[in-house]
Design a protein around this ligand. Sequence first.
Ligand code: CP
Length: 311
Amino acid sequence: MQPRKHLLGLEGYSRDEILEILDHARTFRAVLERDIKKVPPLRGVTIANLFFEPSTRTRMSFELAEKRMSADVVNFSASTSSLKKGESLRDTVENILSMKIDMIVIRHSATGAPHYIARRCDSIVINAGDGSHEHPTQALLDLFTIREKFGEVEGLKVSLIGDILHSRVIRSNVLGLKALGAQVTLCAPATLLPVGVENWGVKISHDVEESVTGANVVNIMRLQLERQGSGYIPSLREYSRIWGIDTERVDLMSENRLIMHPGPMNRGVEITQDVADSEDSVILEQVTNGVAVRMAVLFLLSPLRREVEGD
Ligand code: CP
Protein backbone atom coordinates (compact mmCIF):
# COMPACT_ATOMS: atom_id res chain seq x y z
CA MET A 1 0.00 0.00 0.00
CA GLN A 2 1.33 3.49 -0.89
CA PRO A 3 1.91 5.32 2.41
CA ARG A 4 0.25 8.72 2.78
CA LYS A 5 2.17 11.78 3.94
CA HIS A 6 -0.64 13.42 5.95
CA LEU A 7 -3.91 12.52 7.64
CA LEU A 8 -6.19 15.37 6.58
CA GLY A 9 -9.44 13.39 6.51
CA LEU A 10 -10.87 9.93 5.79
CA GLU A 11 -12.08 11.00 2.35
CA GLY A 12 -10.61 8.52 -0.12
CA TYR A 13 -9.37 6.04 2.49
CA SER A 14 -9.95 2.40 1.51
CA ARG A 15 -11.10 -0.43 3.76
CA ASP A 16 -7.54 -1.85 3.77
CA GLU A 17 -5.96 1.46 4.74
CA ILE A 18 -8.38 1.92 7.65
CA LEU A 19 -7.92 -1.68 8.83
CA GLU A 20 -4.13 -1.22 8.75
CA ILE A 21 -4.48 1.71 11.19
CA LEU A 22 -6.92 -0.23 13.40
CA ASP A 23 -4.63 -3.29 13.47
CA HIS A 24 -1.69 -1.15 14.59
CA ALA A 25 -3.93 0.52 17.18
CA ARG A 26 -4.64 -2.92 18.67
CA THR A 27 -0.90 -3.42 19.20
CA PHE A 28 -0.54 -0.01 20.85
CA ARG A 29 -3.67 -0.62 22.97
CA ALA A 30 -1.80 -3.56 24.50
CA VAL A 31 1.17 -1.26 25.24
CA LEU A 32 -1.18 0.95 27.27
CA GLU A 33 -1.96 -2.03 29.55
CA ARG A 34 1.71 -2.50 30.48
CA ASP A 35 3.28 -1.15 33.68
CA ILE A 36 5.68 0.94 31.58
CA LYS A 37 3.59 2.48 28.82
CA LYS A 38 6.43 3.90 26.74
CA VAL A 39 7.91 2.68 23.43
CA PRO A 40 10.68 4.26 21.30
CA PRO A 41 9.40 4.59 17.66
CA LEU A 42 9.25 8.42 17.62
CA ARG A 43 12.53 9.07 19.45
CA GLY A 44 14.11 12.16 17.84
CA VAL A 45 10.85 13.28 16.17
CA THR A 46 9.53 16.74 17.12
CA ILE A 47 5.76 17.23 17.12
CA ALA A 48 3.82 20.49 17.57
CA ASN A 49 0.23 20.37 18.76
CA LEU A 50 -1.43 23.52 17.39
CA PHE A 51 -4.84 24.00 18.96
CA PHE A 52 -6.65 27.10 17.71
CA GLU A 53 -9.93 25.84 19.26
CA PRO A 54 -10.68 24.40 22.72
CA SER A 55 -10.17 20.68 23.27
CA THR A 56 -9.87 18.34 26.23
CA ARG A 57 -9.87 14.79 24.83
CA THR A 58 -8.13 15.21 21.46
CA ARG A 59 -5.38 17.47 22.73
CA MET A 60 -4.50 15.38 25.79
CA SER A 61 -4.85 12.17 23.81
CA PHE A 62 -2.41 13.31 21.10
CA GLU A 63 0.05 14.61 23.67
CA LEU A 64 -0.09 11.35 25.63
CA ALA A 65 0.24 9.29 22.44
CA GLU A 66 3.28 11.34 21.37
CA LYS A 67 4.94 11.01 24.78
CA ARG A 68 4.16 7.27 24.96
CA MET A 69 5.99 7.00 21.60
CA SER A 70 9.01 8.97 22.95
CA ALA A 71 8.55 12.04 20.69
CA ASP A 72 9.62 15.57 21.66
CA VAL A 73 6.41 17.56 22.07
CA VAL A 74 5.60 21.27 22.00
CA ASN A 75 2.13 22.66 22.57
CA PHE A 76 0.56 25.81 21.16
CA SER A 77 -2.66 27.29 22.42
CA ALA A 78 -4.27 30.17 20.53
CA SER A 79 -5.58 31.80 23.69
CA THR A 80 -2.08 32.35 25.11
CA SER A 81 -0.29 33.10 21.82
CA SER A 82 0.66 36.19 19.79
CA LEU A 83 -2.52 35.65 17.75
CA LYS A 84 -3.99 37.75 20.57
CA LYS A 85 -1.70 40.57 19.37
CA GLY A 86 -3.02 40.31 15.82
CA GLU A 87 -0.55 37.86 14.24
CA SER A 88 -2.08 35.94 11.30
CA LEU A 89 -2.46 32.14 11.06
CA ARG A 90 0.09 32.09 8.22
CA ASP A 91 2.72 34.06 10.16
CA THR A 92 2.06 32.04 13.31
CA VAL A 93 2.52 28.74 11.53
CA GLU A 94 5.57 29.89 9.54
CA ASN A 95 7.26 30.98 12.77
CA ILE A 96 6.48 27.68 14.46
CA LEU A 97 7.73 25.70 11.46
CA SER A 98 10.99 27.62 11.36
CA MET A 99 11.79 25.82 14.64
CA LYS A 100 12.23 22.57 12.58
CA ILE A 101 9.05 20.71 13.47
CA ASP A 102 8.63 17.21 11.94
CA MET A 103 4.91 16.66 12.55
CA ILE A 104 2.01 19.03 13.19
CA VAL A 105 -1.29 18.17 14.84
CA ILE A 106 -3.76 20.96 14.18
CA ARG A 107 -7.29 21.84 15.29
CA HIS A 108 -8.85 24.95 13.79
CA SER A 109 -12.34 26.38 13.46
CA ALA A 110 -11.80 26.99 9.72
CA THR A 111 -12.59 24.16 7.32
CA GLY A 112 -9.44 23.32 5.34
CA ALA A 113 -6.91 24.88 7.77
CA PRO A 114 -4.87 21.61 7.95
CA HIS A 115 -4.91 21.35 4.14
CA TYR A 116 -3.67 24.96 3.91
CA ILE A 117 -0.77 24.19 6.27
CA ALA A 118 0.04 20.92 4.46
CA ARG A 119 0.36 22.77 1.15
CA ARG A 120 2.76 25.32 2.62
CA CYS A 121 5.24 23.23 4.58
CA ASP A 122 7.30 20.05 4.48
CA SER A 123 6.03 18.82 7.86
CA ILE A 124 3.62 15.93 8.21
CA VAL A 125 0.15 17.27 9.10
CA ILE A 126 -2.57 15.52 11.11
CA ASN A 127 -6.06 17.01 11.25
CA ALA A 128 -7.38 17.11 14.84
CA GLY A 129 -10.68 18.67 13.70
CA ASP A 130 -11.30 21.44 11.15
CA GLY A 131 -14.50 23.46 11.40
CA SER A 132 -17.53 21.33 10.51
CA HIS A 133 -15.50 19.34 7.98
CA GLU A 134 -13.61 16.29 9.35
CA HIS A 135 -12.21 14.83 12.58
CA PRO A 136 -10.50 11.71 11.24
CA THR A 137 -8.83 10.41 14.41
CA GLN A 138 -12.17 10.62 16.28
CA ALA A 139 -13.80 8.47 13.59
CA LEU A 140 -10.88 6.02 13.68
CA LEU A 141 -11.19 5.62 17.44
CA ASP A 142 -14.94 5.13 17.07
CA LEU A 143 -14.35 2.46 14.42
CA PHE A 144 -11.70 0.83 16.62
CA THR A 145 -14.10 0.72 19.58
CA ILE A 146 -16.86 -0.82 17.46
CA ARG A 147 -14.52 -3.38 15.87
CA GLU A 148 -13.04 -4.46 19.19
CA LYS A 149 -16.54 -5.03 20.64
CA PHE A 150 -18.15 -6.77 17.66
CA GLY A 151 -15.07 -8.24 15.92
CA GLU A 152 -16.22 -6.78 12.58
CA VAL A 153 -17.87 -3.53 11.45
CA GLU A 154 -19.33 -4.92 8.21
CA GLY A 155 -23.10 -5.43 8.34
CA LEU A 156 -23.62 -3.68 11.69
CA LYS A 157 -26.54 -1.26 11.98
CA VAL A 158 -25.10 2.09 13.11
CA SER A 159 -27.26 5.15 13.80
CA LEU A 160 -25.65 8.58 14.11
CA ILE A 161 -28.06 10.91 15.87
CA GLY A 162 -28.02 14.62 16.71
CA ASP A 163 -26.51 17.84 15.41
CA ILE A 164 -25.23 16.55 12.09
CA LEU A 165 -25.07 19.99 10.47
CA HIS A 166 -22.20 21.21 12.65
CA SER A 167 -20.47 17.88 13.27
CA ARG A 168 -17.04 17.11 11.82
CA VAL A 169 -17.17 13.78 13.68
CA ILE A 170 -20.17 12.72 11.57
CA ARG A 171 -18.47 13.36 8.23
CA SER A 172 -15.43 11.29 9.13
CA ASN A 173 -17.58 8.58 10.73
CA VAL A 174 -19.77 8.22 7.65
CA LEU A 175 -16.70 7.86 5.40
CA GLY A 176 -15.08 5.28 7.70
CA LEU A 177 -18.25 3.29 8.43
CA LYS A 178 -19.13 3.08 4.75
CA ALA A 179 -15.59 1.98 3.84
CA LEU A 180 -15.91 -0.86 6.39
CA GLY A 181 -19.39 -1.90 5.20
CA ALA A 182 -21.69 -0.78 8.05
CA GLN A 183 -25.38 0.05 7.44
CA VAL A 184 -25.47 3.74 8.40
CA THR A 185 -28.50 5.85 9.33
CA LEU A 186 -28.32 9.58 10.08
CA CYS A 187 -31.09 10.96 12.27
CA ALA A 188 -31.63 14.67 12.97
CA PRO A 189 -34.17 17.44 12.64
CA ALA A 190 -34.24 18.79 9.06
CA THR A 191 -32.73 22.07 10.31
CA LEU A 192 -29.65 20.21 11.61
CA LEU A 193 -28.85 18.30 8.41
CA PRO A 194 -26.32 19.74 5.91
CA VAL A 195 -27.22 20.64 2.34
CA GLY A 196 -26.52 17.68 0.03
CA VAL A 197 -26.69 15.02 2.78
CA GLU A 198 -28.93 12.94 0.48
CA ASN A 199 -25.81 12.35 -1.65
CA TRP A 200 -23.78 10.85 1.21
CA GLY A 201 -25.04 7.34 0.41
CA VAL A 202 -26.60 6.66 3.82
CA LYS A 203 -30.18 6.37 5.10
CA ILE A 204 -31.70 9.61 6.47
CA SER A 205 -34.38 9.51 9.17
CA HIS A 206 -36.30 12.15 11.09
CA ASP A 207 -37.73 9.60 13.53
CA VAL A 208 -35.51 8.70 16.50
CA GLU A 209 -37.50 5.60 17.49
CA GLU A 210 -37.28 4.26 13.94
CA SER A 211 -33.54 4.96 13.71
CA VAL A 212 -32.62 3.24 16.99
CA THR A 213 -34.86 0.18 16.55
CA GLY A 214 -32.64 -2.86 16.01
CA ALA A 215 -29.46 -0.74 15.90
CA ASN A 216 -26.20 -2.27 17.16
CA VAL A 217 -24.55 1.11 17.65
CA VAL A 218 -26.04 4.51 18.46
CA ASN A 219 -23.43 7.26 18.27
CA ILE A 220 -24.90 10.46 19.70
CA MET A 221 -23.65 13.82 18.46
CA ARG A 222 -23.46 16.82 20.76
CA LEU A 223 -25.85 19.68 20.18
CA GLN A 224 -23.19 22.30 19.36
CA LEU A 225 -24.63 25.16 21.38
CA GLU A 226 -21.65 27.42 20.54
CA ARG A 227 -22.33 27.09 16.79
CA GLN A 228 -26.12 27.48 16.92
CA GLY A 229 -27.66 30.42 15.12
CA SER A 230 -31.28 31.17 15.83
CA GLY A 231 -34.09 28.91 14.66
CA TYR A 232 -32.38 25.50 14.44
CA ILE A 233 -34.36 24.09 17.38
CA PRO A 234 -37.48 25.34 19.20
CA SER A 235 -35.88 24.97 22.69
CA LEU A 236 -33.44 22.71 24.54
CA ARG A 237 -36.34 21.03 26.32
CA GLU A 238 -38.10 20.27 23.02
CA TYR A 239 -34.86 19.03 21.47
CA SER A 240 -34.22 16.72 24.39
CA ARG A 241 -37.78 15.33 24.34
CA ILE A 242 -37.86 14.67 20.59
CA TRP A 243 -34.21 13.83 19.78
CA GLY A 244 -32.59 12.90 23.10
CA ILE A 245 -31.57 9.29 23.84
CA ASP A 246 -33.06 7.89 27.05
CA THR A 247 -33.38 4.34 28.41
CA GLU A 248 -36.73 3.74 26.68
CA ARG A 249 -35.11 4.46 23.33
CA VAL A 250 -32.06 2.33 24.16
CA ASP A 251 -34.43 -0.57 24.89
CA LEU A 252 -35.51 -0.46 21.23
CA MET A 253 -31.94 -1.25 20.09
CA SER A 254 -30.59 -4.74 19.41
CA GLU A 255 -29.61 -6.62 22.58
CA ASN A 256 -26.10 -6.67 21.10
CA ARG A 257 -25.49 -2.91 21.38
CA LEU A 258 -23.22 0.00 22.17
CA ILE A 259 -23.94 3.61 23.10
CA MET A 260 -21.27 6.05 21.95
CA HIS A 261 -20.65 9.78 22.20
CA PRO A 262 -17.48 11.61 21.08
CA GLY A 263 -17.75 14.14 23.92
CA PRO A 264 -18.05 16.64 25.35
CA MET A 265 -21.60 15.63 26.35
CA ASN A 266 -24.53 17.86 27.15
CA ARG A 267 -26.05 15.53 29.77
CA GLY A 268 -29.80 15.95 29.86
CA VAL A 269 -29.90 17.37 26.32
CA GLU A 270 -28.86 14.81 23.67
CA ILE A 271 -28.28 11.98 26.22
CA THR A 272 -29.73 11.28 29.65
CA GLN A 273 -27.56 10.67 32.72
CA ASP A 274 -28.81 7.06 32.91
CA VAL A 275 -27.77 6.28 29.34
CA ALA A 276 -24.41 8.05 29.57
CA ASP A 277 -23.49 5.99 32.65
CA SER A 278 -25.17 2.72 31.61
CA GLU A 279 -23.52 -0.65 30.97
CA ASP A 280 -24.14 -0.18 27.24
CA SER A 281 -22.11 3.05 27.21
CA VAL A 282 -18.51 2.86 25.95
CA ILE A 283 -17.94 6.61 26.09
CA LEU A 284 -14.89 6.43 28.37
CA GLU A 285 -13.55 3.41 26.50
CA GLN A 286 -13.62 5.56 23.35
CA VAL A 287 -11.32 8.01 25.14
CA THR A 288 -8.90 5.26 26.22
CA ASN A 289 -8.87 3.80 22.70
CA GLY A 290 -8.20 7.28 21.31
CA VAL A 291 -4.65 7.24 22.70
CA ALA A 292 -3.90 3.89 21.00
CA VAL A 293 -5.42 5.00 17.70
CA ARG A 294 -3.39 8.22 17.72
CA MET A 295 -0.23 6.23 18.53
CA ALA A 296 -0.99 4.12 15.44
CA VAL A 297 -1.55 7.18 13.21
CA LEU A 298 1.66 8.85 14.45
CA PHE A 299 3.61 5.64 13.95
CA LEU A 300 2.33 5.05 10.39
CA LEU A 301 3.01 8.66 9.32
CA SER A 302 6.29 9.03 11.19
CA PRO A 303 9.17 10.54 9.16
CA LEU A 304 11.49 7.84 10.58
CA ARG A 305 9.26 5.08 9.15
CA ARG A 306 9.17 6.83 5.79
CA GLU A 307 12.98 7.02 5.80
CA VAL A 308 13.21 3.27 6.49
CA GLU A 309 10.74 2.55 3.68
CA GLY A 310 12.71 4.81 1.34
CA ASP A 311 9.89 7.27 0.62
N1 CP B 1 -14.22 14.48 20.83
C1 CP B 1 -13.48 15.61 20.85
O1 CP B 1 -12.96 16.07 19.82
O2 CP B 1 -13.37 16.18 22.09
P1 CP B 1 -12.50 17.49 22.40
O3 CP B 1 -13.18 18.66 21.72
O4 CP B 1 -12.48 17.61 23.90
O5 CP B 1 -11.14 17.28 21.82
